[in-house]
Design a protein around this ligand. Structure first.
Ligand SMILES: Cc1ncc(COP(=O)(O)O)c(C=O)c1O
Length: 362
């Protein structure tokens, strides 16, 4: 029996995408072998690869100025590759700090070159309960790029309106909220997203980039570290993670079939309304630290009165068939990650449980 999975990533995948993988595992489309046994240079795999890229391009309404491709190494590798490609000598890069992942991205860039913090919402206790407003951020007009994190997986905050970088190339880590709603990619110079939340399994990263920005990347670093290499070689400069990309294809086909980004946004907003509605109603029992305007639609964090109650909540939820609710080790408490594959029904089941738990322990 499958559980209701609120894992933060790797996260639950849509059941139809997994069932399709099961059905196709041993004999992919009559080829007598699984997709992962095919050559990445063969027609069978290439069709899957291009279908995934085509679905991404279409659902994102990718403009001609931009390109989409796959790479590897997780989002963390991009923390290092972005400055390696774009933080050229004599330049500085701006970082907006909104959580643990943006801190990590900055730490890597510091090892490559000059950096500057354009804004931070870190509290003296080292937590984050909101993202900055535009007025709180000052971008260096000469910066090589400005790095932001659209959704802060650990602290449950999210930019609902993107910062205007004032002409500085905007690089954004969208790992935990990529494709949760329609997105105007033309505002960004480089978007990166590890697949393991909204798109598929770990092992593959989606990059959406402005072609002119990629062209400015350094050419004196090894080819394999250059974004342009994968962009110019159809994400196949070297052997791509074929199984992961195949699963991304299945998830994208599912998303398309559900009505694409408009439909998934409606569902995601309905889920958030139900869960935050419950937290607001039971605010004497569940404490939600994130400021209202910064509340994440993807990761919802809250805590109970004691750590013992947090633990009882997680244990009882597990008995009721719901997993993945323990907060990050840095933040404690509870975290509910409800990416695209989590249904409204799943969230309603959790809310029913929360109401009953509060009644029992309140
Ligand atoms: C916003 C964000 N950035 C980066 C990462 C790191 O991803 P990876 O483990 O794929 O390197 C995560 C992982 O949860 C994340 O949520």
């Amino acid at each position: 029996m499958r559980v209701i999975n609120f894992n933060p990533g790797p996260a639950g995948l849509p059941l139809p995408a997994l069932e399709r993988a099961r059905d196709e595992l041993l004999d992919f489309e009559g080829s007598g072998m699984s997709i992962m046994e095919h050559s990445h240079r063969g027609k069978v795999y290439e069709a899957v690869h291009h279908e995934a890229l085509e679905r991404l391009s279409r659902m994102l309404k990718l403009p001609d100025t931009h390109t989409v491709f796959f790479t590897t190494g997780g989002a963390s590798m991009q923390f290092g590759l972005i400055p390696t490609n774009f933080l050229t000598p004599g330049r500085s890069a701006d970082y907006v700090l909104t959580g643990g992942w943006s801190e990590k991205a900055l730490d890597e860039a510091k090892l490559v070159g000059q950096t500057r913090v354009a804004a931070t919402t870190r509290t003296p206790e080292g937590r984050y309960t909101r993202v900055p407003t535009q007025a709180e951020v000052s971008f260096d007009p000469d910066a090589a790029y400005a790095h932001t994190t659209s959704n802060n997986t650990l602290f449950g905050t999210q930019f609902h309106t993107f910062l205007d970088t004032g002409g500085v190339p905007h690089v954004c880590d969208m790992s935990s909220d990529f494709m949760w709603r329609p997105l105007d990619v033309s505002k960004f110079d480089l978007i990166y997203a590890g697949a393991q939340k909204n798109l598929g399994p770990s092992g593959v990263v989606v990059i959406v980039a402005r072609k002119a920005f990629l062209a400015k990347g350094r050419t004196d670093v090894p080819k394999i570290f250059r974004y342009l290499t994968q962009a110019d070689n159809d994400s196949m400069y070297n052997t791509p993670p074929t199984l992961a990309i195949y699963l991304v294809r299945n998830v994208l086909a599912w998303l398309d079939g559900e009505g694409g980004l408009d439909a998934i946004e409606r569902r995601n907003r309905a889920k958030a309304e139900v869960l935050y509605g419950c937290l607001d109603q039971l605010s004497g029992f569940y404490a939600a630290p994130v400021e209202r305007a910064s509340r994440s639609v993807m990761n919802v964090v809250f805590r109970l009165k004691t750590e013992a109650l947090d633990e009882a909540f997680v244990a009882d939820a597990k008995k009721a068939g719901m997993v993945g609710l323990k907060g990050h080790r840095l933040t404690g408490g509870i975290r509910v990650s409800m990416y695209n594959a989590v249904s409204l029904r799943d969230v309603e089941t959790l809310v029913d449980f929360m109401v009953a738990f509060a009644k029992q322990h309140g």
